[in-house]
Ligand binder design. Structure first.
Ligand SMILES: C[S@@+](CC[C@H](N)C(=O)[O-])C[C@H]1O[C@@H](n2cnc3c(N)ncnc32)[C@H](O)[C@@H]1O
Length: 332
């Protein structure tokens, strides 16, 4: 094993420099004698190393102990429950919402095995409680049923993403941590003088991400979502900017420079309403489900004069369908 023999006193400084330059081999443990440390390094030209470190050292071969790597939850289920994973009854991916973990295990997996997997997740993923998705997202409120598997049987948590915190109750409202990138992207594009209308706000992640705006109207039809949104407005100190509205978005009359339509399954039903809300040259963020982009945006055709500023796949929805995002500027 290639090691860097260095004066003990310089050890920490050199180790940091090696890490910063991606030259430190983290798979091995440091060795030592009375005066020196032996740091595990990757193969590198000695001249380059001297330029980076600018201290005396020797490169020597030495046997170092391999670091014991903790197995991750994914490693363990991949080994122990391979057959269930192969049958697509157990997914390797999971969601972490605040201090709660949500696994994807099918109903077809026996209850005792589900609990066993839940206990493993509780042990191997830093969290306080483990649940599984028991149903798809459904109904007007877009909520899924969940089943408790291990740890605390509590569904309220505080989730951190980007630069804000959110109360989320995983049993009572819709929330997906996988959209944090979308929220960051939209939040960063908001102008300081804008009025934003978040038509399907949930507990408010898009609204709070847009807090640079002059005003944000956050609408949702689920009373539980609005009550958590109010707590989130307090938590993030944005009471002067964000106005929560418990209502059917179709019944609200407002005008804004940006309208967010994050209800992929049914957003097509609200296009006329969004067009009545948007100011000239305003932007609509339209989320929808479809097999391709042209199918996704069809519903706007003939209704207004618009231009697509950006289109992207947010995530896959089913083997052939995607959740897609369109940013469109509405000319008139
Ligand atoms: C997919 S969730 C998105 C929530 C939130 N934007 C987020 O990213 O977490 C859609 C939300 O729309 C709400 N909703 C459904 N129909 C609605 C309607 N007609 N008017 C207002 N909100 C509605 C649901 O209650 C749900 O909270």
């Amino acid at each position: 094993m290639l090691t860097l023999k260095i004066d003990k006193k310089l050890g920490e400084k050199v180790r940091r420099l090696l890490i910063e330059n991606d030259l430190y081999d983290k798979d091995y443990l440091i060795d030592r004698d009375d005066k020196h440390l032996y740091l595990p390094i990757k193969h590198v030209d000695e001249k380059i190393l001297r330029e980076i470190l600018k201290v005396d050292f020797e490169i020597v071969e030495r046997d170092l102990k391999k670091r014991k790597k903790e197995k991750s939850f994914r490693d363990v289920i991949n080994e122990k429950y391979r057959d269930i994973v192969d049958k697509k009854l157990l997914a390797l991916s999971y969601d972490v919402i605040g201090d709660l973990v949500i696994l994807q295990i099918s109903d077809e997996v026996r209850e005792d095995i589900r609990k066993e997997i839940g206990e493993l997740a509780y042990k191997l993923i830093p969290c306080k409680g483990v649940f599984r998705r028991k149903s798809e997202v459904k109904g007007e409120f877009r909520i899924r049923e969940i089943e408790h598997l291990a740890g605390e049987n509590r569904t309220l948590t505080i989730h951190k993403e980007n630069n804000y915190r959110l109360y989320v109750d995983i049993a009572k409202v819709y929330f997906s941590p996988r959209l944090s990138g979308e929220r960051k992207r939209i939040g960063e594009s908001v102008g300081l003088n804008e009025t934003v209308i978040d038509m399907f706000a949930g507990v408010g992640p898009f609204s709070i991400a847009c807090r640079r705006a002059r005003r944000v109207y956050a609408i949702d039809i689920n009373p539980e979502a609005i009550s958590l949104l109010k707590k989130n407005i307090e938590l993030n100190k944005v009471k002067h900017k964000i106005i929560p509205i418990l209502a059917d978005a179709n019944e609200v009359d407002l005008k804004g420079d940006r309208v967010i339509m994050n209800l992929p399954k049914y957003s097509y039903k609200f296009v006329d309403k969004a067009l009545s809300m948007i100011n000239k040259n305003g932007i609509i963020h339209y989320y929808t489900i479809g097999e391709n982009f042209s199918e996704g945006i069809k519903v706007f055709e003939g209704k207004c004069n618009f231009e697509i500023l950006n289109k992207k796949i947010v995530k896959s929805y089913s083997p052939k369908k995607y959740i897609m995002a369109f940013d469109i500027i509405v000319k008139d």
